[in-house]
Design a binder for this molecule. Structure first.
Ligand code: GDG
Length: 499
């Protein structure tokens, strides 16, 4: 891998750990997400550090535990402490009430509160101070996500010189939407202070480039392919596309394990002679859960043969439950599930099984493995890892993926998934019916191609290509094929870049 030997300092809003109070006091558990799986070996091998907030206010007790956890993980975990005001204004405020809805095209949900911005800058400064403490000039600082767009700029303000990369996990909006942001110029200019800026898809990068070209005088962007070059204020930076993925082999191997196989068998036995349709989402208005329930109801109305033959298992993982908007969303989902079940339930058949909790890994993988159909229909999503995990776990190749055109994953999977507009309930209901009636041969053929695609560009490929883009001296060292997807064109626009 290029840049080998350089120590990596990963920075994200949250540290990749969970802190819980157990019988013997506070306990720290390492996070199990794909990003941790991929970055952990890189950090371990190079002696890295991960900087982030713990998710709540800290105590001395936690500091001691973190030291121990750092020894266990093989890399250092370094906490940034935030005050209650900072959490409210930087995290709940600017990050979750401004950037999150705006970047998901839901500008009417934004609250452009000027106070949020001041706190956002102050917390980015705090993170920059932590980076200064925990890194040297030789290290590579890899910053994750929209909470920390100003980190490179704040480092420069402190006179700290570091090589920096930034990856945006969520979408980047079109110019028309981005223009609403009162701090639009500041955000773009701050992003241009990184040495490498990465996006999930060509769509997001195209939007970013258009915003920069329209709003930042003096910035020049050129080139084609996976990684572009830009110049701004006399320095050069790179702007690339790196679709994030999962630990494919880890998921496929675990899905075939004895505990997952047994759990899958028992769960499906309880739903005999039925096709299971699966939805798995964090409680969030971007995931399109009410729209999906409405589409499922429409499918039962339009295709009566589905009755008693399908069960929708909808898992909703609690998230941001203390926020009013999320409470309202939860109430809406509860109401819709009740209404649809009340309307269609018959003796021995309940159309929707609704699980409002987080599943453990064995149960989650069992559902992925047993479901004949996955409904992944976000209104907008940076990538969406659930659809990739579903394919990786579908070891029998019997599953059909129904996928939103507005998920980043559409660019890679659109040829073999059933693509839908999540706002079009008729379209989604037709796709449910098409998936239900799809023969075994077609299912296998589509699923095996999706699996091959995800296996080829897995999470380790993603880490490597980001680091390669940060370090390689020549950009023609980039032989990657990255595809673009624009829905409903006469001819689907597919751009391939070859060496
Ligand atoms: C952001 C972007 C982008 C879900 N339910 C359970 C559970 N999960 C895990 C899944 C998956 C993860 O949560 C969800 O990942 P997504 O990618 O679908 O969505 P976000 O959380 O919104 O993530 C997104 C991602 O960043 C990465 O760049 O793809 O677009 O919004 O890994 O497995 N895990 C367990 N139990 C559950 O019930 N254990």
């Amino acid at each position: 891998m290029s840049g080998s030997g350089k120590k990596i300092v990963a920075v994200s809003n949250r540290l990749p750990i969970t802190v819980k109070r157990g019988d013997s006091g506070l306990e720290i558990k390492s996070g199990a997400g794909g990003l941790v799986t991929a970055l952990a070996p890189v950090l371990r091998n190079r002696g890295g550090t991960w900087i982030g907030w713990l998710g709540h206010s800290g105590t001395l007790e936690i500091e001691g535990l973190l030291e121990k956890a750092s020894i266990d993980t093989g890399y250092e975990l370094y906490p940034v402490w935030l005050t209650e005001d900072e959490v409210n204004n930087y995290y709940h405020g600017f990050s979750n009430e401004v950037l999150w809805p705006l970047y998901h095209d839901l500008q009417t949900r934004c609250r452009f509160e000027p106070r949020y911005w001041d706190f956002y800058l102050a917390v980015n400064k705090k993170f920059a101070a932590a980076v200064e403490t925990k890194s040297t000039e030789e290290d590579f600082v890899w910053v994750h996500d929209y909470h920390l767009t100003h980190l490179a700029r704040e480092l420069k303000e402190r006179g700290v010189s570091r090589k920096t990369g930034f990856f945006l996990h969520i979408p980047f909006p079109t110019l028309d939407i981005f223009l609403r942001l009162p701090w639009r110029r500041q955000i773009l200019e701050a992003m241009l202070e990184y040495d490498l800026v990465g996006f999930q898809t060509l769509r997001d990068r195209r939007h970013f480039v258009q915003c920069v070209q329209s709003l930042v005088p003096g910035a020049r962007i050129r080139g084609r392919g996976q990684v572009l070059k830009a110049t701004y204020r006399g320095r050069e930076l790179r702007i690339g596309t790196f679709p994030i993925s999962i630990d494919y082999r880890g998921f496929a191997t675990d899905a075939a394990s004895e505990p997952v196989s047994t759990t899958a068998w028992y769960l499906h036995e309880a739903l005999p002679e039925r096709q299971v349709i699966l939805g798995v989402d964090r409680l969030d208005y971007t995931k399109g859960i009410p729209e999906r329930l409405w589409a499922f109801e429409t499918a039962l109305e339009r295709y009566p043969e589905l009755k008693e033959k399908v069960t929708l298992v909808q898992v909703v993982v609690p998230s941001r439950e203390d926020v009013e908007e999320y409470k309202a969303l939860k109430a809406e989902i509860d109401g819709l599930v009740g209404k649809i079940n009340g309307r269609f339930t018959s003796s021995g058949w309940v159309p929707i099984h609704y699980l409002y909790r987080s599943l453990d890994r064995t149960e989650l993988l069992a559902y992925y493995r047993l479901a004949e159909i996955a409904l992944v229909t976000p209104l907008k999503d940076g990538m969406n890892l659930v659809c990739k995990e579903y394919c990786a776990c579908n070891i029998e190749g019997k599953g059909v993926l129904v996928l939103s055109e507005f998920a980043g994953a559409a660019a890679q999977l659109h040829r073999w998934a059933l693509m839908v507009n999540p706002y079009d309930v008729i379209n989604v209901s037709d796709a449910i019916h098409k998936a239900f009636t799809m023969g075994r041969k077609e299912r296998r053929s589509r699923m095996s191609r999706m699996r091959a695609n995800i296996r080829r560009q897995d999470i380790f490929w993603w880490v490597n290509s980001f680091l390669q883009a940060a370090f390689s001296s020549k950009l023609d060292a980039f032989p990657q094929v990255i595809e673009d997807y624009i829905p409903d064109q006469q001819k689907i626009l597919v751009r391939k870049f070859h060496p």
